[in-house]
Design a protein around this ligand. Sequence first.
Ligand code: RIB
Length: 302
Amino acid sequence: MKKVVVVGSLNMDLVMEVERMPKVGETIKGNKMSYFIGGKGSNQAVAASRLEDNVKIIGCVGKDTFGEKILKHLKEDGVNVESVREDNCAFTGLATIFKTPEDNSIVVIPGANDFCDIDLIKTYEDVIKDADVVITQLEIPMETVEYALKIAKKHGVKTILNPAPVKTLSKEIINNVDFITPNETEFEIICGQSFNNGEELEESMVKWQEDNSCNLIVTRGKHGSSYVKDGKVITIDAIEVKVVDTTGAGDTFNGAFAHCIANEFKIEEAVRFAGIAASLSVRKLGAQSGMPTLKEVNEYFK
Ligand code: RIB
């Protein structure tokens, strides 16, 4: 079993099912509200764990009922939560998700995720040192992300940054990352350009890859995922499935991609495998409910 370490957020997701998004100043009646375990870090950890990796998560929850529920659920899903700190300073992170039949919008209140600090990474440096791959996102403080990546690199551990929710990235961060996995919108911010069509996106990807040493993979929802090889963009199409909820599809891609990098897949295989996992994940409501097992992904991959 390969070792995947996730440094990232843990949230309780409050999912409101609505027919359409409310307009500014409008009150609308929703259909249903459900609680799901979420947070990009916790989602990516579960995605990798379902693929039979040995997964540890470093992060923070509050000392409250949501925190307890998240830790219990992650343990049941095979994720080691010994390096999650239960913090007195804040409540567990919360995400309110408005889900329409077509799409979703998310508001995150970070709570304890904002207290995931450099000290916590120092405490668990050995966990990072022992990993085959470290994956992180941007729902915890930037200095923590920066430090975790630096420590991973110091110990020769492969690193993946999923730059979500997107922020401007320093050269130092990028230099400590082996693989960066923005979606199209996030990539616009990272490269400082907007695109009117796929061709413009691909030109920017080639240019960005020429200027940076970390491998760029752009996830493109139902259009699949793209990476650059020998100065050309290669796109792996998504597989077609009946979509119930796309929340967490990006996280499934990232958790599965971490599994592939830990297991030394070639990049083309890793992007295809992670794309299949992401497509399969959208068939159920809730970020983690539809995340596939290794057997399910392999049925399509092979
Ligand atoms: O990527 C989906 C996740 O974003 C949700 O689970 C929510 O918690 C937010 O962090």
